[in-house]
Write a protein that binds this ligand. Structure first.
Ligand SMILES: [Zn+2]
Length: 301
């Protein structure tokens, strides 16, 4: 597994064992994790709350070779950095993992840290499955893993291990596999249209009518790009044709602007009137892995 990661990192001129600034949940306490981080040449930073700015300054003065962590934490760090007047040596690469991220958000992180951003797709059981090349394809990178699209779940088999449980294992995410004309990294196949849990894939207009929730990420990407803005968001549906939007800070053009944009665009392609409610919440729940949209209704069949 380490060999695969090493291979991906080399694509960005990095080697395993180089300084890693890890943006993770809460910093772990205790001698064991401190020792592990020391051996791995890694430091954990948590750029959230009152110390966020100091944490980002500490991170940069430690001069990491690369950053690794949750997309949402990297975004928060990028936002803080954006508002600071600070000179720093850019890392070679920023690797985001575990959460969905939009192209506009990646571009923002890249600008703030003055480094390329690579998206990693993996799981606890299989470690790195796909890794983004410098051109932006999410290549399959582990030659021992057979990845299949599956009907409503990506399937994966590990041919290097004999365990039955690792044959056509359900990843819990849905994706398409696409052939590429790019041989920069791993296989000439990539993972596209990555989405979270089956349940959270549809937004219901009425009992018999639904639209695919992936449309929302495209709209947010469009909005962030057009308004040159950046905020974190999550979405929830509690009632037919009603979308709840939670954002971590007010948009530059105001919440009404965002609300009207979403209502207009979604109603346009859904063909019915959609109500959007936007609320600013300081502390976003980070527990939903790879999901920005949560379906809270009992999904009709
Ligand atoms: Zn490529």
């Amino acid at each position: 597994m380490l060999a695969v990661r090493d291979y991906c990192f080399r694509h960005y001129g990095l080697k395993l064992g180089q300084r890693e600034a890890r943006l993770w949940g809460r910093p772990e306490a205790g001698i064991k994790s401190r020792l592990k981080n020391f051996v791995m040449n890694r430091r954990v930073f948590h750029p959230v709350g009152a110390q966020a700015k100091d944490e980002v300054a500490d991170l940069l003065s430690w001069k990491p070779d690369y950053l690794y962590g949750y997309a949402s934490l990297l975004l928060e760090a990028a936002q803080i950095l954006d508002g600071m007047e600070i000179e720093f040596d850019p890392p070679r690469c920023v690797v985001c993992t575990a959460e969905s991220i939009l192209p506009a958000q990646k571009a923002y992180i890249s600008r703030a840290f003055k480094a390329p951003v690579a998206e990693e797709y993996g799981s606890t059981e299989f470690d790195v499955i796909a890794f983004e090349c410098t051109t932006g394809h999410r290549h399959l990178v582990n030659p021992w893993l057979i990845v299949e699209e599956g009907e409503d779940n990506g399937l994966i088999s590990d041919v290097s291990r004999t365990s039955q449980s690792l044959i056509r294992y359900q990843l819990g995410d849905l994706f398409a596999i696409k052939g590429l004309g790019c041989g920069a990294l791993g296989a000439v196949e990539s993972i596209e249209q990555l989405q979270g849990r089956t349940l959270d894939r549809f937004f219901y207009l009425s009992e018999g009518n639904k639209i695919h929730a992936s449309a929302f990420s495209k709209l947010f990407d469009q909005y962030l790009t057009e308004t040159k803005d950046l905020f974190l968001f999550s979405l929830r549906q509690d009632a037919y044709s009603e979308l709840k939007v939670f954002i971590d800070s007010a948009p530059k053009n105001g919440t009404t602007d965002l609300k009207e944009f979403l209502e207009r665009e979604i109603s346009g392609f859904a063909g019915v009137r959609i109500g959007v409610e936007v609320s600013v919440v300081a502390n976003r729940d980070r527990s939903e892995k790879r999901n920005y949209f949560v379906q809270n209704m009992k999904a009709p069949e």
